[in-house]
Design a protein around this ligand. Sequence first.
Ligand code: PLP
Length: 287
Amino acid sequence: MGRVAYVNGRFVPHGQAVVHIEDRGYQLADAVYEVWALFGGRMADAAGHFERLERSLSELKIAMPMSRQALTFVLKETVRRNRVREGTVYLQVSRGVAPRDHAFPTAPVRPAVVITVRGLDRAASEARAAKGVTVVTTPENRWGRCDIKTVGLLPNALAKQAAREAGAYEAWFVDDLGFVTEGASSNAWIVDQDGRLRTRDTNANILRGVTRKTLIESMQTEGLMIDERPFTPGDAIAAREAFITGAGSLVLPVIAVDGRPVGDGSVGPVAMRLRNLYIEHAIAGAI
Ligand code: PLP
């Protein structure tokens, strides 16, 4: 018998095991996992891994997909069906399947569960232990590569959810120095007190927004002053206007930050002019 996986209530041949394309684990890394070592087909350190699993799930506000007892049964059954004595059993629990949106689904979804088992050559493992291993060092950059448009979006999803819970549309990330980097799914801008258009430079750890870039080019042709300089949330509140850019939002005026009005708290003329400018540009250049 070949490898068997457990996927959402079913045992299926490993090669045919699939998850839905809108599984939030697949699209947003909105998922957690655990791995138990198997000795003689039994799960080692079982309680420790269950405790961490429950903690990881609760930090993400994902419900345990089933009781610990039921999960133990399913994990052990997957191990048994794979006839693995020495190896590992892998469990992944995602928030579930929902139309793609950074914030959590508003309708209740069932967490999605995947279990796989892998055999291990214990003798090879012992031989490696006898010889010892080497390591290399690497800069701590987890996750310091926001310039890559990766699906590793869990922090963005949590930020967007926090925004939604606060009754806001978007969340702005603020760095260690107190400057806004970008939004959870957009770039952040202000029209400062001197009327300059300010947005974070792309040497910072942000996504190089295509809307941002195109808008900068359009602004230049319009003779507008652009200042790629960081700003704080306080600068935004004191600014004339603020707005966000992105393929989803286009150019969207921001009227309040952390509950405090930006400028006079109304939609400003510059953001709306830029929105129309961008839309014109986008329509003209669309293929
Ligand atoms: N920053 C982040 C983190 C994003 O996810 C996005 C868009 O999804 C943007 C910025 C804006 O990028 P673009 O204008 O290319 O859509």
